[in-house]
Design a protein around this ligand. Structure first.
Ligand code: PMP
Length: 305
């Protein structure tokens, strides 16, 4: 099933892709009032399995709480609906997008009279930053746009509106010939990519910005902490100044779509040797050994479809 085909789960039932529609006067269209998740299902030797399902659903409910949205389904019902969406579309390895949004209930900024609706779609999606990027890394620029300050848009919510800022970062990077952009926070410290968390390696230690640096608390980021501990690599959350990127030995991104992707150039400066470094490779290969089912799921990260 590719993008644009198959069935979409909408408010408790499956509809054909072409019929999964909302009214143009829905609140979400005018005011960005939606929250969402992105998950991956991997094809493993034991069959298709969704990666970190409970954690993604927990973050969806966190986002809903921040925006005072009452999701009309239980977490268990949404988990089951996600598995059912993969099943009904006959997918083995795919990307899954659940979205909760304010529907049709009147105009005006106040969202509270609009019904809260849910949808789940799934489709095949390859390497987000390209197959080649996994080995050779990506070239990024520091965005001229900053992440929203903490007292403006809450970064711990994965909200639709936040992605207007991400789009500015991404479009600017692509237009200037880069693969991705890195945004600084309101104080000029390193925050994250347009859709990825960032890690910096120096003298064998991994550093990543804390949640107070306007980041989304990534679930793949959490995997990196766990894998670093498994591999005996020290890892710290720490505010990171921009110039620390230029003098890093290695940099990599994490994300559900991006998985673990090396960053080999920042603002045209080669990072370390200019190719994927040994710490990145260790984390990356352990990550892929787990998600491809080539080693035991020792942390219980998979839910069988
Ligand atoms: N930051 C942003 C802005 C993102 O959109 C994403 C992707 N969801 C991430 C970080 C990485 O989060 P995760 O590992 O949970 O996909």
């Amino acid at each position: 099933m590719t993008f644009g085909e198959g069935k979409i789960w909408m408010d408790g039932e499956f509809v054909d892709w072409a019929d999964a529609k909302v009214h143009v006067m829905s609140h979400v269209i005018h005011y960005g009032s939606g929250i969402f998740e992105g998950l991956r299902c991997y094809s493993t030797p034991n069959g298709p399995a969704v990666f970190r399902l409970q954690e993604h659903i927990a973050r969806l409910y966190d986002s809903a709480r921040i925006y005072r949205m009452e999701i009309p389904f239980s977490p268990e019902e949404l988990e089951e609906a996600i598995l059912a969406t993969v099943r009904i579309n006959g997918l083995t390895s795919c990307y899954i997008r659940p979205l909760v949004f304010r529907g049709l209930g009147g105009m005006g900024v106040n969202p509270l009279n609009c019904p809260v609706q849910c949808m789940i779609a799934a489709w095949s999606w390859g390497k987000y930053l390209g197959d080649e990027a996994m080995e050779n890394g990506v070239s990024v620029r520091i965005a001229s746009w900053r992440r929203a300050a903490p007292n403006t848009f809450p970064s711990l919510a994965k909200a639709c509106g936040n992605y207007l800022n991400s789009q500015l970062v991404k479009m600017e990077a692509l237009q200037d010939g880069y693969d991705e952009g890195i945004a600084l926070d309101h104080a000029g410290r390193v925050s994250e990519g347009s859709g990825e968390n960032i890690f910096v390696v120096r003298s064998g230690v991994i550093y990543t910005p804390p949640s107070s640096s306007s980041i989304l608390p990534g679930i793949t980021r959490h995997c990196v902490f766990t894998l670093a501990r498994d591999l005996d690599i020290r890892i710290h959350q720490q505010e990171i100044p921009r110039e620390a990127l230029y003098i890093a030995d290695e940099i990599f991104f994490s994300g559900t779509a991006a998985e673990i992707t090396p960053v080999t150039r920042v603002d045209q400066i080669p990072i370390g040797t200019g190719s994927r470094g040994p710490v990145t490779e260790k984390i990356q290969s352990e990550f892929f050994r787990i998600v491809e089912g080539r080693t035991e799921d020792r942390h219980g990260w998979f839910t069988a479809v």
